[in-house]
Design a protein around this ligand. Structure first.
Ligand code: MRU
Length: 349
């Protein structure tokens, strides 16, 4: 089976374009990103989303920004770039891949302070391309590494979107689904709607249907009853930041799934590349969780803008699943099995 996946980000002839994911599934449109302002806006409003894709877009955005500067000296260049990096860093707080990609670019231009600015800019360009292509490769490796946990035949439940729309390749958790489908496993996927922004319903369902992979859309509240009825063999989701002990921050609702899977004795894995691990944090309690606009929930029910200021809405974009709730974490380097906190440092340095 050949997997047809649509790249969320393209960089051709020095032009950066992204699929505007806010329009899917109604409209499929690539939009250009030509400035850092556009890059930050795209990340903030989720035109581009998913931890690895955010990092990739940020890296290309920094190249475009570097190119647009008119600094005469290296010191001016560095000062302006540092300020741009800070702005970009603050666009979304939870996905560590953003800060990780920014740091890679920053270290590069800091280290090359003796080179002409044009050369430094060409290094930034090459680094952004490398970040992109590495992620594509890691997706493949995660997909194949994950095959060992996929039952055949099997029913997989997944959350949010972790596919080609969220990464530089075929995805993390969804990459395992693609690898299994490519290897002719008889799988079927339950797609959690993923409230409030519907990344499961709008994006994962769209990706799977395009590839004709058997799938069923459910609302988030249906997962428990499906598990009780023994219709789920495996739960797979992605990650936005993983602390040193293996706690996983991912799309709100992932914790519910992990707790339900644990209760029902169903294997549950987080799937993420090494760029999603934050070894500076001891536990998931230290992970900053992004709080989003109340309108994202209110608009679903038709509340108008006048009510917006008064209405009390709780809208965290992510939750944290404790490492002990997971069966393991699939990475491009292999699977971290329980006890995760003990095994994680052996694989992720
Ligand atoms: O708010 P989003 O859509 O950026 O959240 C995305 C997720 O939570 C994904 O599961 C995570 O980034 C992993 S994507 C490979």
């Amino acid at each position: 089976m050949v997997i047809m996946y649509t790249p969320a980000i393209t960089f051709e002839n020095d032009k950066l374009t992204i699929i505007d994911q806010t329009l899917l599934p109604d409209r499929f449109e690539y939009v250009p990103i030509t400035t850092m302002t556009e890059c930050i806006e795209a990340i903030k409003i989720l035109r581009v989303r998913g931890a690895p894709a955010i990092g990739i877009c940020a890296a290309y955005g920094l190249y475009l920004a570097a190119q647009s500067l008119s600094s005469k000296t290296y010191n001016e260049f560095r000062k302006e770039m540092d300020a741009i990096c800070d702005l970009l860093y603050n666009s979304r707080p939870t996905a560590v891949n953003l800060g990780w990609a920014i740091q890679r670019i920053k270290s590069l231009y800091h280290a090359n302070n003796d080179k002409p600015i044009e050369e430094v800019i060409s290094f930034i360009r090459a680094e952004a391309i490398k970040i992109h292509s590495e992620d594509k490769e890691f997706c493949q490796q995660m997909g194949y590494n994950g095959l060992e946990v996929v039952p055949n035949p099997g029913n997989i439940l997944t959350h949010c979107n972790t596919g080609s729309l969220a990464t530089g390749g075929w995805g993390t958790a969804l990459g395992i689904v693609y690898a299994a489908w490519e290897q002719k496993y008889r799988i079927h996927v339950y797609v959690d709607e993923t409230r409030p922004l519907g990344q499961g319903a709008r994006l994962t369902f769209w990706e799977l249907m395009k590839n004709k992979i058997p799938c069923t859309l459910i609302t988030d509240s249906m997962a428990g009853s499906l598990m009780k009825d023994e219709k789920v063999d495996l739960v797979l989701f992605g990650a936005d930041r993983i602390s040193k002990n293996g706690d996983v921050a991912n799309k709100i609702g992932s914790y519910n799934l992990a707790a339900l899977a644990r209760f029902h004795g169903i294997p549950c894995y987080a799937v993420a590349p090494s760029s999603t691990f934050d070894l500076t944090l001891e536990t998931g309690d230290e992970i900053e969780i992004e709080m989003r606009n109340s309108q994202e929930i209110l608009h679903i029910y038709g509340y108008n803008d006048n009510l917006h200021d008064k209405a009390e809405v709780y809208n965290p974009a992510f939750d944290v699943t404790p490492a002990e709730f997971l069966t393991g974490i699939v990475t491009e380097k292999g699977i971290i099995k329980q006890p995760i906190s003990k095994n994680l440092p052996k694989l992720i340095k």
